[in-house]
Design a protein around this ligand. Sequence first.
Ligand SMILES: C[S@@+](CC[C@H](N)C(=O)[O-])C[C@H]1O[C@@H](n2cnc3c(N)ncnc32)[C@H](O)[C@@H]1O
Length: 241
Amino acid sequence: MTEKVQRHYDEMAEVYDRRYDRGQGRSYHEHISEQVMDWLPPGGRLLDIGCGTGLFVERYCERGGKAVGLDLSPKMIERARDRCASAEWTVGTGDSLPFRDDIFDAASSLLAFSYFRDPDRMLAEAIRVLRPGGRLTLCTLGRNFFTAGLPAIHTLGELAHVRQVGMGSFGERYYSERQMTELFARAGFADVRVRRCSFAHLNLAPPVYRLARKVEPIVERRLPYLAYNLVASGKKPHDGR
Ligand SMILES: C[S@@+](CC[C@H](N)C(=O)[O-])C[C@H]1O[C@@H](n2cnc3c(N)ncnc32)[C@H](O)[C@@H]1O
């Protein structure tokens, strides 16, 4: 399955930024980046797991941080390298990180966690490479009303040969707030926080999207069950792994 995901993103590398670095896609990605950034220490050395074309790494570096981006897909990494020469880039898998223990101040992962067949292993690797006191924050689709039908839609899309970012049967996994909290706690993270975010979906028609963006902050604060992504974060304890 990992090879299938890699092949998909190698094929999508050329068009990926059209979805997430333009128009509605860009404002959606900026929004989730801010949510992740809010729960990361500023200015340290970051590892971004499943970094894709480097959208988040670029933003982190623009704010004075240093970053390493890691992704399964060599083609996505090529794009990322072109985007941000000041960062370091590595092809690899998040469940077996090619780094020593305790070397990053922060770790992030945006829109990639759902692809991990063994989320415990990914989190164990993330906590291993964080220095004590370092923090992992990720953003991924939550398990909720909006994502319940996605596996079927993705399978149908694959059968119909729809060529679109993320379209395919990859056995993606979505978690509830409680499941995510348990995953982080089981991996040994302390100060675990999970919240829902993202109400305005980038597939909405432009006028509806603009309206949804306006009410997004109210929905996220007052009606979070209407948001479809999860942001989850945890700190590596000083006495921990
Ligand atoms: C939807 S894209 C998100 C990219 C980027 N984080 C962003 O926010 O634009 C998902 C990315 O996760 C990567 N990915 C999936 N499984 C992975 C794994 N096991 N290890 C590393 N990267 C992985 C894919 O290659 C792809 O680039």
